[in-house]
Design a protein around this ligand. Structure first.
Ligand code: GLC
Length: 677
């Protein structure tokens, strides 16, 4: 046998794996197809992720194990850096930042002794009730794909295998173990899969299957998804592993379906069950060799790469990483309303301010499921404001349940900040054993918090509502009674410091919504948290609102700033492969700030049923006051294609398209022009 050494190339790895497969017993091959997490340890660790989970590997043949860790809020092992949740990072629209976060996570996975990161969670946010909305990047496949690809790049740079999950169409949480998703081919290919394809094209080397069914077959057994689309159409060369504990339902189903590894331990992929299935002819030796080969090839590919650096434990949760968590929190918060420019508050004109709400003092970084990071510290909203102000301004804290005290405090202060919204009891991963998580029952705020808002707003005109949560919150009952609304998300370990710096203007908010916030829940697609079966339609989010003519409360891509930006001179040019668009953007205000320029393509002249427009490009730029930038965005023509289920191929219509560029998906924020293919 050749030696395994750093710097092995693909051919050497291929030859090594081939030789190993010729010498391995069936038992040794099957061992490559399973995790070896101890079930009691796994149960005890649910939601707190105490360590890495091993799988596969062979001492005899010198194949290292894979060592799985969870994400995406950070590495789910105590002490790690805790970032804002993915949906918040989606609101930053800053893929360079996301790649940097991937860098940090990659380093910390390695420093923890891991080599497989299960945190590129890219399921589509179809409906705000979805309990795990916080773990994805938004409602649009293009945005999700660019972010998943960026996280993959950062993580895999440190020779950590990234996992894109949960493949596929996993957009209901409570019913996730049973629900069957009915979905037509265009909707599957054009809406629910493009972001996974984007990550595979970026080189993401592992895929985690979802628990749910698609078209009647469990994803862990779904030959059409795993063999036809993923491994054949997309030429995916890595390995597919199941979600945990219920991800596989039968030996034959999983192996013939194309599932390479059962996690976190063998139940249906136990050697005696696999051997029996082989003897009965229900599975083939070739399937075993393919699965074991994929796992060993992928592991070797990563463990034989030269490391770009060393990974000492001191990297875990280090100051430099915490600063990136602060940057992410600052760039993700979305200013939704700011009448009379009440924000930023002027700390020289304020003598006393009040902070209201139970959420102001709790460490609320998101749900308590598998993405929960037990980090070194969490700066709460109140602590962040106290850190910022020191004793320069008197800060009164009021939990908000005593009406009389709320009224008297609200009346006597110069500014009132309300910290309201959701926590892990309202939304999160559904873990039956721990009786936690699930989809949201209610899309509004809790009644007591709505009452608190109305009470404070009636007593103090300088009232700022700060929303904590991982998805859209319907605000119709109170939003017109308050002058300022800021979506702050589950903003990670540095969230309180970021909030204070935005409130007092050290940071100019630049985040934009990665999803639509409805006025009326009836404008949303059908959702049933306990569904046995559900149809996912072609339209949801802004494509549904624009197709149906519904007016949202706040539009996809919308967000205010402390300055103002002006767009002009939109130009478009077309060459053989690409559409090249450019626009001039000027900061017409007095404050430096970031603007997120969005590019949409309109299909008004399409010969088939298509959305009014789709996001096909974006970039975040920094502009000093009066600074003007010439911004260019390219769109590859293949990104204009639709999937023709009859020809089973992607087709680009030779029609006239509309090209939009601007600061949100709202018509009033967009310049437009046309081009013809
Ligand atoms: C869970 C989650 C998955 C996670 C896995 C391991 O069931 O669905 O996202 O990576 O278990 O904790």
């Amino acid at each position: 046998m050749n030696e395994i050494k750093k710097g092995m190339n693909e051919e050497e790895i291929e030859n090594y794996v081939k030789e190993v497969l010729e010498h391995m017993s069936l038992k040794e091959k099957v061992y490559q197809m399973i995790g070896n997490g101890l079930i009691l340890k796994v149960l005890k660790d649910r939601g707190v992720g105490r360590r890495v989970y091993d799988g596969a590997g062979s001492k005899k043949f010198k194949i290292p194990s894979f060592k799985f860790t969870d994400g995406p809020r950070g590495v789910v092992i105590p002490g790690s850096t805790c970032f804002p949740v993915s949906i918040a990072r989606g609101a930053s629209w800053d893929v360079n930042l996301e790649q940097n976060i991937g860098n940090v996570i990659g380093k910390e996975v390695r420093a923890h002794g891991g080599n497989l990161f299960g945190g590129v969670c890219i399921n589509l946010l179809r409906h705000p009730s979805w309990g795990r909305a916080q773990e994805t990047y938004g409602e649009d496949p293009f945005l999700i794909g660019e972010f998943g690809a960026a996280l993959t790049r950062g993580v895999q740079k440190h020779n950590v295998m990234a996992t894109a999950k949960h493949f596929a169409a996993n957009s209901i949480e409570t019913a996730r173990f049973k629900v069957n998703v009915k979905i037509d081919e265009r909707t599957l290919r054009e809406v629910y899969l493009p972001h996974f394809k984007r990550c595979v094209e970026e080189g993401c080397v592992t895929i985690m299957t979802a628990y749910n069914k698609v078209r009647g077959e469990y994803c862990g057994h779904n030959k059409y998804l795993l063999r036809n689309i993923l491994k054949s159409d997309w030429n995916f060369q890595g390995f597919v592993h199941s979600d945990w504990m219920r991800g596989v339902k039968s030996t034959m189903g999983g192996i013939t379906g194309g599932l390479d590894v059962e996690m976190p331990r063998a139940k249906y992929y136990k050697y005696r069950k696999v051997k029996k299935a082989l003897q009965q002819g229900n599975i083939s030796q070739a399937m075993i060799d393919e699965a074991a080969g994929r796992v060993m090839r992928t592991i070797l590919h990563y463990v034989t790469k030269e490391d770009p650096q060393t990974y000492e434990p001191a990297l875990i949760g280090c100051e430099e990483h915490c600063k990136i968590a602060l940057e992410a929190a600052e760039k993700s918060m979305v200013l939704l309303k700011n009448e009379q420019n009440i924000l930023p508050l002027n700390k020289n004109k304020i003598k006393r301010m009040a902070i209201f709400g139970r959420l102001a003092i709790i460490k609320n970084t998101g749900d308590h499921g598998s993405s929960n990071v037990s980090t070194k510290y969490v700066i709460t909203p109140l602590k962040g404001i106290q850190n910022y102000l020191g004793d320069s301004i008197q800060i009164l804290y009021n939990e908000g349940s005593d009406k009389e005290s709320v009224k008297s405090v609200a009346k006597e202060v110069d500014a009132a900040i309300l910290i309201v919204g959701l926590d892990h009891k309202d939304e999160g991963e559904f873990i039956r054993e721990l009786k936690i998580g699930g989809d949201r029952e209610n899309l509004s705020l809790h009644d007591n918090e709505i009452e608190l808002i109305k009470l404070v707003a009636s007593e103090n005109q300088n009232c700022v509502v700060v929303l904590i949560g991982g998805s859209a919150i319907i605000m119709e009952e109170w939003k017109d009674q308050v002058p300022v609304i800021l979506m702050a998300w589950y903003s990670g370990m540095e969230g309180g410091n970021a909030l204070a710096r935005i409130i007092f203007g050290d940071v100019n908010p630049g985040g934009k919504l990665p999803f639509t916030i409805p006025k009326d829940p009836n404008h949303l697609p059908f959702f049933d948290k306990d569904a046995d079966e559900i149809e996912y339609g072609y339209y949801h989010g802004y494509t549904l609102f624009e197709k149906s003519g519904f007016e949202p409360a706040f539009a996809f891509g919308f967000g205010l700033t402390y300055t103002s930006f002006n767009y002009n001179n939109l130009q478009v040019d077309v060459n053989d492969e690409k559409v090249l668009a450019s626009v001039e953007v000027k900061n017409t205000g007095k404050t430096a700030g970031d603007e997120i320029i969005q590019l949409y393509i309109g299909f008004e002249q399409s010969q088939i049923d298509r959305p009014v427009k789709l996001l096909k490009g974006f970039t975040r730029v920094h502009l000093e006051p009066n600074e003007n930038k010439h911004v260019m965005i390219e769109v590859s023509k293949e990104n204009l294609a639709w999937y023709n289920p009859n020809s089973k191929s992607w087709e680009v219509e030779q029609i006239t398209y509309t090209l939009y560029m601007g600061g949100s998906s709202r018509a009033k924020d967009l310049l437009s022009t046309q081009f013809t293919l």
